[in-house]
Design a protein around this ligand. Structure first.
Ligand code: PRT
Ligand code: ZN
Length: 287
């Protein structure tokens, strides 16, 4: 009998391609993603990988060409594919925002009434305007949205933003956020039992990888008289590991810490006498 494989669609090339592949590889899935490949079969996991344009992924998943996929939430919301969002993946973060020419005296959403707004996200934008009682004229264009006001095609734009430099260099000012977005794992509704079983196995690994990314392994040397105060700053998963150093009066403390918290408590650790602080990345983390 042939082994059942779960089919996953990832972006063929573009902003999500590398992170999607890295995520699967960190999940221990081995496959050959050589240039120009349209599909690959994993060697050690029941997974078949399809490399597609991101815009097509929700529909391919909804239609059953693929079972699951990795794509930006913005693309999922814009498509009419009946898919479920299973997990946020923490990369490809951006926002879909409204922006106006720098000299536009913007005050509130009402200012978009009767204006021409260029976007590649007509579905999301019209829903946003409808919810906010704005009647604007949405112009759908598929690329280079940011140049539309400059060439007289529109009065404003609604586009994805990450650093903001594209808007800036085109003389535009971001004024409202329509949605926040990041890469997500999507799945077809009503997957059969066997596909679900593989998905659960993969999802368990994905969670271990995404959780690990947000955390760091921290090691430091602490003077024994400050140990309890230092430990209080480093709760760890259960509690930190404390081991005596060969030098009397000193201990080594090992713990796991949220990456953002580290910079918050780093000064306090130093002030309490912590020395030799090492912060290491974690590949996988299972509570
Ligand atoms: O070929 P294919 O259709 O697969 O790819 P694509 O060209 O349609 O998409 P791609 O690779 O550009 O983006 C894939 C996904 O990455 C998007 O759907 C988002 O979910 C996510 N993402 C994250 C972004 C950005 N950040 C982003 N900054 N997608 C696009 N941009 C563009 C934006 O459209 C604008 O042109 O980058 C420019 C703005 O960037 P800043 O840094 O100047 O603000
Ligand atoms: Zn695309």
């Amino acid at each position: 009998m042939q082994e059942i494989k779960l089919k996953i669609a990832v972006q063929k090339s573009g902003r999500l391609n590398e992170d999607s592949i890295e995520l699967l590889k960190k999940c221990g899935v081995k496959f050959n993603n050589g240039l120009g490949k349209l599909r690959a079969s994993a060697e050690n996991f029941p997974l078949e990988i399809f490399f597609l344009r991101d815009d097509d992924i929700p529909e391919y998943v909804a239609d059953g060409v693929s079972d699951i996929g990795i794509v930006g939430e913005n693309v999922v919301f814009e498509s009419n594919g009946a898919v479920e969002t299973i997990e946020k993946l923490g990369f490809g973060k951006c926002r879909l925002s409204l922006a106006v020419p720098k000299n536009f005296p913007y005050q509130s959403l009402e200012d978009f009434d009767g204006k021409r707004v260029a976007t590649s996200y007509p579905r999301i934008l019209s829903e946003f305007f409808r919810a906010n009682g704005v009647k604007s004229d949405i112009h759908t264009i598929s690329g280079s949205v940011e140049i539309a006001p400059g060439i007289g095609l529109a009065d404003a734009v609604c586009d994805l933003v990450s650093s903001g430099s594209t808007l800036f260099t085109n003389g535009l000012r971001e004024v409202e956020t329509v949605m926040q977005s990041e890469a997500v794992l999507i799945a077809r509704k009503n997957l059969d039992a066997e596909a679900l079983k593989i998905l659960e196995k993969l999802l368990f690994r994905i969670k271990a990888v995404t959780q690990a990314k947000q955390n760091k392994y921290i090691l430091l040397n602490a003077p024994d008289e400050k140990l309890s105060e230092i430990i209080a700053l480093l709760p760890g998963i259960k509690s930190p590991t404390v081991m005596p150093l060969a030098t009397r009066g000193w201990s080594s403390v090992h713990s796991v810490i949220n990456e953002n918290d580290f910079w918050e408590i780093f000064e306090t650790l130093k002030n309490k006498g912590a020395e030799g602080i090492l912060v290491l990345s974690i590949d996988q983390m299972i509570d």
